[in-house]
Design a protein around this ligand. Sequence first.
Ligand SMILES: Nc1ncnc2c1ncn2[C@@H]1O[C@H](COP(=O)(O)OP(=O)(O)OP(=O)(O)O)[C@@H](O)[C@H]1O
Length: 319
Amino acid sequence: MIEARGLTKRYGSKTAVDDITFSVQPGKVTGFLGPNGAGKSTTMRMIVGLDRPTAGSVTVNGRPYAELREPLHEVGALLDAKAVHTGRSAASHLAAMAATHGIGKARVRDVIEMTGLAGVAKKRVGGFSLGMGQRLGIASALLGDPRTLILDEPVNGLDPEGVLWVRNLVRFLASEGRTVFLSSHLMSEMALTADHIIVIGRGRIIADAPVQDIVARATGTTVRVRTPHATQLVELLRGPDITVSTSEPGLLEVTGSTAATIGETAAAAQLVLHELTPIAASLEDAYMSLTADSVEYHSTSTGLPTPVGASAGVTSEEN
Ligand SMILES: Nc1ncnc2c1ncn2[C@@H]1O[C@H](COP(=O)(O)OP(=O)(O)OP(=O)(O)O)[C@@H](O)[C@H]1O
């Protein structure tokens, strides 16, 4: 379990993390999602004591990281896959880490096997591809068999087989009751991997909820209705929060109501329906709509980034 209270980090006049409070529960994969520069890495670095909070606190399993007596057994972290001595082999890097905690050779061999590094374990890390480096970072995180895992962009640089492997691995680790916290800016990947999502933008929490709730809350659900009585049904559905659009005769897209309400309204008026389908928004749509005001750099048609005014407000929906 990870618990952050009023966690804040400023670098000079830049507030990277702005008074955030959240908890990451065991037994679930929690995704930490946000656009570039949102504050994900800074938050993760504070969790493992690599950055000191300007204000607030964060604990892992009830204690600040610095107070954990055997940190490798409590928290495994992948923060910067390149932070490895490039002259060493993967096996000697892991063996050196293991020695600091009295972890035996058998466990080193296990994590090498688990992460698919067996074929390259004797090779110099300096020659590793980005994907191999990620696997080594994950192997290091798993070494102490920790209850909590913190993985910053773990699928970065992995091929599709590697992405699937990380997805299955983190889901398995969570099913064992571990706390798994992983960051990404890929909503589509999170949709397949996470149970719960915390969205951060400009250092503030924008949403903290189960995946399904984030989708529903961010965009509302649209219901597709096909009926030969479209005009009459639109009249009956009219209301302040209801939007109805139509792209062809007899086909309505209704936002702001539910399939049940629309079906009951139609039945009460004896209107025939040929279709009544709730269309859930994709997680990508939900993410774009949530973070629209928090993206620091928007692409322009020229492909060059245009900074958005630094004081632009965040559509805040904090918990
Ligand atoms: N050491 C530092 N000194 C000054 N500013 C920093 C420092 N580290 C991070 N920042 C700034 O803090 C903000 C948050 O950065 P952070 O790396 O935590 O974001 P992120 O969500 O991890 O982004 P990305 O997805 O691009 O890695 C950014 O504006 C960044 O420029």
